[in-house]
Every structure is written in structure tokens, then in C-alpha cells.
Write a new protein. Structure first.
Length: 202
């Protein structure tokens, strides 16, 4: 799999964060699907001496009790064989969630992916565009009232860069009712990604 597909698989969002509600309303906080998120990620790609890193900005909006829309913009850069490589990507997705019990939600999502890769080095420069789609499914689970754990499997297929399947997990700790610190890891065929960030439930 290419650097492009590896980076995109790593930086696509896991899903929406949670917003704890009044304890009197439920034994466990309700999951929310409206949020803003910012995170930093570093990608360990096999065969690259310089690990790509970058940021991702994500917004999600609950359409109704079962569906949500999500958009992500990410920017990742690295040095590859003497070239400075920059990857910009935008994903537009539609998700569906269903409660399995009061502590667990099943979440599935389909996304359109649009990416632009730019390379500059040795007096040469060039760029390439790529499009495709991503499918994912996973679970969100309340481990504690302020701690959410999530796991998912994701498939991404790009026209020029090929396809890949990745497995991800993250943890969210709510410092306040609306603000959470998030840490995540994604494992793909030839890359491992680690990310940290903040989420604001709206």
C-alpha cells in the first residue's frame, strides 16, 4: 500500500465523541454525535526513514436519532527519498448508530475521500489527485462514566493508490461535561499511527 493510502487510513476519524448527560437521566451518559475535534498524528510507515506527521480537523452533526454527517480535513507531510511530500485530504461521510445497550453503541460509516499529493525536490515538483471511498464499523463503550473506549475496522479504496484495511482504537477522557482528551492508535498493513487531540461536544 502507498504512503497516500496509509496516511488517509490513519487520519480518517474514528467517530463522534460523547457528551455526558445528567446522572439523574440515565445510569450511563448518552452518546452524542455532534462535535468538533482537532488532533495531531504521527505515522510509522514501513520503509520510510522520516515518519509522516500532521493534523486533522473534524466536525460531526447529528441529523436525527440514528444518522449523523461528518467531514474531516487533514494535512500530513514527510520526506520521502529526498522529496518533501505533502498530503491534503478531505472526507465527507454519513454514519449510522444503534444502541446495543445503555453502555454500548454500534457505529457504521461510509465516506467519500478526496486527496491531493504534492512532492518537491531535486529541482522538480509535481502533484497528483486521488479519490475513493472508505467503509468502517465499530463499537463505542463506556468503561467509566468519564472514560469512553472505541474500536473499529476500516476499509479504504482509492482509485490510484489501492486499498487497505486497518484496525483502530481510541480512548476519550472527559475532563469536563463537554471537553475530552482523546488518544488513539491505528494499525494497517504497513503502518502504525498514534494520535492525540481534543474533542468538544456541542
Amino acid at each position: 500500500m502507498s504512503f497516500l493510502a496509509a496516511s488517509l487510513a490513519a487520519l480518517l476519524p474514528f467517530g463522534a465523541p460523547t457528551q455526558p448527560q445528567d446522572e439523574a437521566a440515565s445510569a450511563w451518559p448518552a452518546f452524542s454525535y455532534t462535535f468538533l475535534q482537532a488532533e495531531y498524528a504521527t505515522v510509522d510507515v514501513d520503509g520510510l526513514s522520516d515518519d509522516p506527521d500532521g493534523y486533522a480537523l473534524t466536525g460531526s452533526f447529528a441529523i436525527n436519532e440514528s444518522f449523523f454527517a461528518i467531514v474531516t480535513y487533514s494535512d500530513t507531510s514527510a520526506s520521502v527519498s529526498g522529496f518533501d511530500v505533502d498530503l491534503d485530504a478531505t472526507t465527507l461521510g454519513l454514519g449510522y448508530h444503534h444502541p446495543l445497550n445503555e453502555r454500548t453503541d454500534l457505529v457504521v460509516m461510509a465516506s467519500y475521500v478526496d486527496a491531493q499529493l504534492e512532492a518537491d525536490g531535486f529541482g522538480f515538483s509535481g502533484e497528483a489527485d486521488d479519490q475513493g471511498f472508505s467503509l468502517s464499523g465499530g463499537l463505542r463503550f463506556w468503561a467509566l462514566r468519564q472514560l469512553e473506549l472505541a474500536a473499529n475496522v476500516r476499509y479504504i479504496d482509492l482509485d490510484e493508490s489501492g486499498d487497505d484495511t486497518s484496525f483502530g482504537g481510541n480512548a476519550l477522557f472527559y475532563a469536563t461535561r463537554n471537553v475530552a482528551v482523546v488518544a488513539g492508535v491505528t494499525i494497517a498493513d504497513d503502518s502504525d499511527t498514534f494520535s492525540v487531540g481534543l474533542r468538544l461536544a456541542l
